[in-house]
Design a protein. Structure first.
Lengths: 508, 803
């Protein structure tokens, strides 16, 4: 066996911080959510439930944890309605109640919300306050775009959002009656004095776990290994376990579909799985790296992914959700897959000690079915470099700008030698039962000149690659039409002919 | 302009502090000793009869406390909504409830219950029911007419040909049940220069308040305490007492905060009474919190329209006649009335010289309908805006000009009865908006840029915005505090608080010395209007005004009685009553209050006017003897329709290849008389604007036609606008001219704030598409791309509620 944390007996209780106190809970129910814990067990009812599916942000809380280096604190907003309590082990939970001073004074974020009239019915307000707190702690002087992004996971039916944006911009100038030098929460990013920060770090260190966690409650178990090797063993021993990464898909199985998950293996504490490294030949992403961590690295090499990622769910979902989870979940409308297909991504799968590489293109075998064998799991994701694929472009078409499932997601990667198309990878999500490359279309492109006639011919065979369905997100007709339009738009954009149009439609 | 101390000034509503700190309590946040949790079992089929319920598996299930079925609650007559039913008429109709030690157990218990339901035919699209041989949504018929002359079921069928003609956009020739008109409609068309007809569809959708409705109840000494998610406070009482089957004096409603309502919680709804019955049965407090999905089922939805309109315009742009026909989708419980309200809005906003309205309310097995922000007015606002543009185009006019020519003003007479309006300044609103938006420049700019095209649009919104005859109640205590009792609900507009400032204004007192009492029957609240229909501001500035005037009269009389002279010798200021000719002589409010207690009678509330409502009477009885009481029923003069109006201007950039559009600029102008609370008004205008954006492009409910299953039962499916779907800047302002029938000149605004937005957007989309009118909301990207690509739409003309 592996000489590691498993030498020590696995812990049966979780520990985390709340309002400066260390909370320890024995054998917590593995699928109890943070929201249920707050509202039902603690009766801290400030945090609200608007949907119980990660959709509305009313339940937003902030989680602080030691960063990878162990010497700084990261602060993230997450949706407590789909976050399992056991995943808080070793972290700090901050809720809307945590912000008010013992003297009753308001936190600058709360004060700004009052001054800007950012609350009407108030049901969404605690969630907005917590998203704003995360912004406050992570960004010393946000741009308007940063504010936009920070609030994208919170719905409000009353205010029309504007007063809340005003609050986001005003909160940095609010004074507090409390002494900021003593209170870590009060300091905006960059303004915190060392003392409270160091205290915070040492407190988090004091509950940092080195051994595994294994809890059972009401016939359900959750194990949280610390190393890939242990993880591999656990999965091999219990191949029917549910792997839990960020839980932004799995959480819904519990809260919405009321599925009983008897055996859960949590990946979030396997440090190796959260690594992201860049070499000359590829970017290697641990399967449990969060989308928030992965995105900046990918965008640095493939700027075309910027918009796609901003529009991928919402910040709290991206803070918890992982790239590995998105791939493994195998939804036909998962947003990362068309781009990863176009980039010729390779997956590293592992079973016990055995690793194998599989092109993403061969991973999906049918509707929500993958090539993953029992006992096997996704360990790493390799995106080839150099970015010869400067021709990468992606498009997400959905009803809403963010927080929405794609009707169609498209990614194109065309490599040219002079005028000749030497690589052609065309991938779409939302058009078939799996995210899929348009192989016939690609064949029409390869070896031809990159010109309008080639594109027109390629567009014409898209019908052979895809036979989409009608559903309430979009009609089949619309999907095919936009599928064709996007390829043509890609051509027009990459040849600088943006002003040309798909339709000979006249409007002066 | 009058120089007010409080009116027109911003203030911090006292409850906002609880909202930002998480301390504010909503119905679901209350816990009492012994409380158990209930969950609902709702119908999985669209229409049927429950033949058997087997809950035997629960007998031995740990944690289960009890079951409540339709047999435990009063039966109601179809088509009205019951608390629980054995005749479900839509998917989600509540059939039974289970109480358990916690929600998860109650939820788990649901999976072990066996309910046998015999299926009946159902209809999701009104036209499917209307066609001969089509299914009826209720066994009693497919139409339900509510009218003063007598309500009842009817069965109305149209021939295949009549339905086909209607689908083809022709004037409907089938039977209808409702009709009104004014003026010479035929003559109006005969005199018109331009005439056109247009079919339209507006799809319904859920209210989607952020809080899924909750109620908790227990009984104490024969009184039922209900912690509810209520839009109104005092106005809930008669209905809640009726649902619970007790006297109004035996009900206490606690509703300090409500997570939005938008029309879906105006009066007590049946499910709010469920915990009362369950609690009686179990002898324990019961809380029922429904799920988000269930909120989509039973939280009610906007009425959908399938209609046809014909309009005629004179050469100068005046509308000479309008003829409107609306099939109204009234869901399974026959709730609506939106059709006729839509007709009324046409008559008011565009003031046609003659007009006819015909309507047909059709039952469907879909989510029950209810008033939703501008019920009727806002659907028709969306329909009318692009048609006004079309008229302008055919007459070679600027779309702004044709709206101004037809704009409602203080002399306009409206509705079938051609009633006067209290005042109206739509022209001013349009001019102010055009100026802020820079309409001339934007309208004349080049529109095409590559695959993008610019569209500009103007929208007008209207809702009647006030009522009268409610009570006001204030109290001044010997500690000098001024207690303002507000029986309005608190769903987030803060009008429960802003209207009390009318009393503070009259009393010329400091806001810091005022205490607002609200949110709990036991806080001794007066009879107040429903907190809906944009009425609170007009109605309750009046009620607070009359109560405060009563207090001033009493204070002057007491001072005269104490210091000599007559009441008219005295005036008030600085929280003192003073002698006008020798101001040093006087009494503080605190001293007057103490004196009022000594003097008793009407001064201290020992007696009170007999025309106040029994709810107010009880409140006065409870506080009698604690200070000086000001109480009165609003009998101020009021005549005619009280309009709330708004105008909006919007600029969009539409992507021709995907059908998506971005909103580049938005200007909304309120015309609601005097501005009472600037921040509150801006909040309504911005919140309403975003509602309009949702209605124009995103929100609709959809049912699977095979099974009647709703497909939109989550926020992500229905897609209300998020923060990033709305423009970076929403600019708002107000005309701010006083209405003569309100002591401070104020009228309401909540609903027109949305109507102007949805109208401006449908107008802008049509403009971007060179004047094409879809005659349908929401306008999806699908529809836009199919139109541009010359492809057929994926739905039949006039099809609704399914895909
Ligand atoms: C409100 C909301 C909005 C969303 N918006 C989007 C969106 O815009 N675009 C989009 O694509 N998705 C979206 N999602 C879906 C989801 O967030 C993503 O799929 C996310 O990437 C899943 O990652 P996770 O870590 O949370 O996965 P989890 O929920 O933890 O797991 C998902 C699945 O993957 C399996 N799994 C996880 N890790 C591994 C592994 N290493 N090996 C094998 N199997 C594994 C799990 O067992 C499970 O079956 C949204 C979800 C929500 C709730
Ligand atoms: S409750 Fe809606 S996101 Fe959690
Ligand atoms: S204030 Fe009501 S939902 Fe935001």
């Amino acid at each position: 066996m592996h000489p590691s944390s498993s030498d020590k007996p696995a812990a049966e209780k979780i520990s985390f911080l709340l309002d400066g106190e260390i909370i320890e809970i024995n054998d917590v129910d593995p699928t109890r959510t943070v929201l249920q814990y707050l509202r039902e067990d603690l009766r801290r009812t400030g945090t609200k439930e608007g949907c119980a599916e990660g959709d509305c942000g009313a339940c937003t809380v902030v989680v602080a944890e030691l960063d990878h280096d162990g010497e700084s604190v990261r602060v993230r907003a997450v949706n407590s309605c789909i976050q399992f309590l056991a995943t808080l082990d070793g972290k700090e939970l901050i809720t809307v109640e945590s912000l008010r001073g013992k003297d009753g004074s308001l936190h600058p974020v709360q004060k700004a919300m009052v001054d800007c009239h950012g609350s009407q019915c108030g049901f969404c307000t605690p969630g907005f306050v917590m998203s704003l707190l995360a912004l406050y702690k992570n960004n010393a002087s946000p741009t308007r775009l940063d504010v936009d992004d920070a609030l994208a996971g919170n719905l409000c039916r009353c205010t029309g959002y504007r007063p809340i944006v005003d609050a986001a911009l005003a909160m940095y100038d609010e004074s507090s009656q409390r002494d900021a030098s003593d209170d870590w929460l009060l300091g905006a990013k960059g303004t915190n004095t060392e003392k409270p920060l160091q205290e915070k770090i040492s407190k988090l260190k004091s509950i940092r776990r080195t051994n595994n966690l294994a809890i059972k409650q009401a016939g359900r178990r959750l194990s949280s290994p610390r190393s890939v090797a242990e993880l591999a063993d656990l999965i091999q021993a219990k191949p029917d376990s549910t792997l839990l990464a960020g839980g932004t898909d799995v959480g819904l199985w519990v809260t919405k579909r009321h599925r009983e998950l008897d055996e859960i293996i949590y990946l979030g504490n396997v440090a190796e799985l959260r690594n992201i490294s860049v070499s000359a030949t590829h970017i290697e992403i641990g399967a449990a790296a969060t989308l928030s961590d992965v995105m900046p690295v990918l965008v640095e090499h493939f700027p075309a992914l910027q918009e796609l990622f901003v529009r991928f769910a919402s910040p709290p979902i991206r803070n918890a959700g992982t790239l590995g989870g998105n791939i493994a979940n195998a939804s036909p409308i998962g947003d990362s897959m068309p781009a990863l297909l176009a980039l010729d991504t390779v997956l590293v799968l592992r079973e016990g000690q055995q690793q194998r590489e599989l092109p993403l293109d061969e991973y999906y075998v049918g509707y929500q079915a993958t090539a993953l064998q029992p006992g096997e799991f996704l360990e790493k994701i390799r995106v080839p470099l150099p970015a010869s694929s400067s021709g990468l472009q992606t498009y997400k078409v959905s009803k809403r700008f963010d927080q929405d499932i794609s009707a169609i997601c498209a990614a194109f990667c065309i490599g040219l030698d002079g005028d000749e198309i030497v690589t052609a990878r065309v991938a779409y999500g939302g058009l078939a039962a799996i995210p899929k490359r348009a192989k016939q279309c690609e064949q029409m492109l390869l070896g031809k000149a990159f010109e309008r006639a080639t594109i027109d011919a390629a567009i014409n065979v898209l019908d052979a690659d895809f036979q989409p369905i009608d559903d309430m997100r979009a009609s089949a007709e619309y999907r095919m039409q936009v599928c064709r339009n996007l390829l043509l738009r890609f051509y027009l954009e990459s040849t600088g002919a943006e002003t040309e149009r798909v339709y000979g439609y006249n409007r002066a | 302009m009058t120089d007010y101390k409080h009116i027109g000034k911003d203030f911090v509503p006292p409850d906002i502090l609880g909202k930002v700190t998480g301390k504010a309590k909503y119905a679901e946040d209350f816990r009492v000793d012994g409380m158990v949790f209930a969950r609902l079992y709702t119908s999985p089929i669209a229409h049927g009869k429950v033949t058997h319920i087997d809950t035997s598996a629960l007998d031995t299930m740990e944690g289960v406390i009890g079951v409540l079925t339709a047999d435990d609650v009063p039966a109601v007559e179809a088509p009205n909504a019951a608390i629980l039913t054995n005749s479900p008429a839509y998917i989600g109709d509540p059939i039974l409830a289970v109480a358990a030690v916690d929600e998860l157990t109650a939820e788990e218990a649901m999976t072990r219950i066996k309910v046998t339901i015999e299926a009946l035919p159902f209809a999701v699209d009104p036209l499917d029911s209307l066609i001969e041989g089509g299914p009826d949504a209720r066994e009693e018929g497919n139409i339900f007419v509510r009218s003063r002359e007598g309500s009842g079921f009817r069965t109305v069928k149209w021939s295949q040909q009549q339905v086909d003609e209607f689908r083809a956009g022709k004037e409907p020739t089938g039977e209808f049940t409702d009709e009104w008109s004014y003026g010479d409609v035929e003559g109006g068309f005969a005199n018109a220069e331009v005439i056109f007809e247009a079919p339209f569809v507006t799809t319904g959708y859920a209210h989607m308040s952020m809080e899924a409705r909750t109620a908790m109840a227990y009984w104490q000494n024969g009184t039922c305490y209900v912690y509810g998610s209520a839009q109104s406070q005092s106005f809930w009482m008669p209905g809640l007492a009726r649902l619970l089957g007790v006297e109004m004096s035996k009900v206490v409603l606690i509703s300090e905060n409500t997570g939005g309502g938008f029309g879906s919680k105006i009066g007590a709804y049946p499910i709010a009474a469920l915990p009362g019955y369950f609690s009686k049965k179990l002898g324990r407090p019961v809380q029922l919190r429904i799920t988000r999905e269930q909120e989509y089922y039973i939280g009610s939805a906007r009425v959908g329209f399938q209609g046809w309109i014909k309009m005629g315009f004179a050469r100068n742009g005046r509308m000479t006649a309008a003829d409107v026909f609306i099939i109204e989708d009234i869901g399974p419980n026959a709730t609506g009335g939106d059709g006729s309200s839509a007709g009324g809005a046409v008559s008011l906003v565009y003031d046609p010289a003659a007009m006819r309205f015909r309507g047909l309310p059709v039952l469907t097995n879909t989510t029950p309908r209810g008033a939703q922000r501008g019920p009727g007015q806002n659907q028709i606002a969306a329909v009318m805006a692009p048609l006004m543009d079309r008229a302008a185009r055919e007459l070679h006019m600027d779309p702004l000009e044709i709206r101004k020519i037809n704009a409602v003003n203080s002399d306009t007479t409206v509705y079938a009865e051609q009633l006067p309006v209290t005042s109206a300044y739509m022209t001013e609103a349009l001019e102010k908006g055009a100026d802020m938006f820079d309409w001339d420049t934007k309208y004349n700019q080049p529109r095409r840029n590559g695959n993008k095209v610019i569209g500009v649009g103007i929208g007008q919104g209207y809702h009647s915005a006030g009522t009268k005859g409610f009570d006001g109640l204030i109290r001044i205590t010997p500690d000098g505090k001024i207690h303002l009792h507000s029986g309005i609900g608190n769903l987030g507009t803060y009008s429960y608080a802003s209207t009390t400032r009318a009393a503070a204004e009259v009393l010329k007192c400091e806001w810091e010395d005022c205490v607002i009492h609200h949110g709990n029957t036991e806080a001794n609240l007066p009879w107040s209007s429903y907190q809906a229909g944009s009425v609170s501001t007009f109605t309750h500035t009046r009620a607070n005004y009359v109560a405060a005037m009563d207090a001033v009269d009493k204070m002057k009389a007491i001072t005269a009685e104490t210091l000599g002279g007559v009441a008219d010798d005295y005036d008030i200021d600085g929280e003192r009553v003073f002698n006008i000719s020798s101001p040093a002589q006087g009494m503080t409010y605190a001293a007057v209050a103490a004196r009022a207690i000594q003097l008793g009678g009407a001064y201290s509330g020992a007696s009170y006017p007999d025309d106040i409502h029994e709810i107010t009477q009880r409140a006065v009885q409870n506080i009698a003897g604690t200070g000086l009481i000001g109480v009165a029923k609003d009998k101020l003069a009021q005549e005619g329709v009280i309009p709330g109006l708004a105008a909006a201007f919007v600029e969009i950039e539409l992507d021709l290849e995907t059908g998506k559009y971005d909103i580049l600029d938005y200007v909304g102008i309120a015309e609601c008389g005097t501005v009472m609370h600037p921040q509150g008004l801006a909040g309504q205008m911005k919140g309403g604007a975003v509602w309009g954006m949702g209605m124009a492009g995103l929100e609709r409910h959809v049912y699977d036609p095979q099974n009647g299953l709703p497909a939109n039962v989550g926020y992500h499916q229905c897609g209300i606008p998020t923060y990033l779907d709305v423009p970076a800047v929403i600019r708002t302002s107000a005309v701010d001219l006083p209405d003569p029938q309100n002591p401070f000149g104020a009228r309401g605004i909540g609903e027109p704030a949305m109507g102007c937005s949805v109208a401006a957007l449908t107008s802008a989309i049509s403009d971007a598409l060179g004047g094409h009118t879809f005659g349908r909301t929401p306008v999806s990207r699908d529809m836009i791309v199919n139109h541009i690509a010359g492809k057929p739409q994926s739905f039949k003309p006039q099809q609704t509620n399914n895909f």
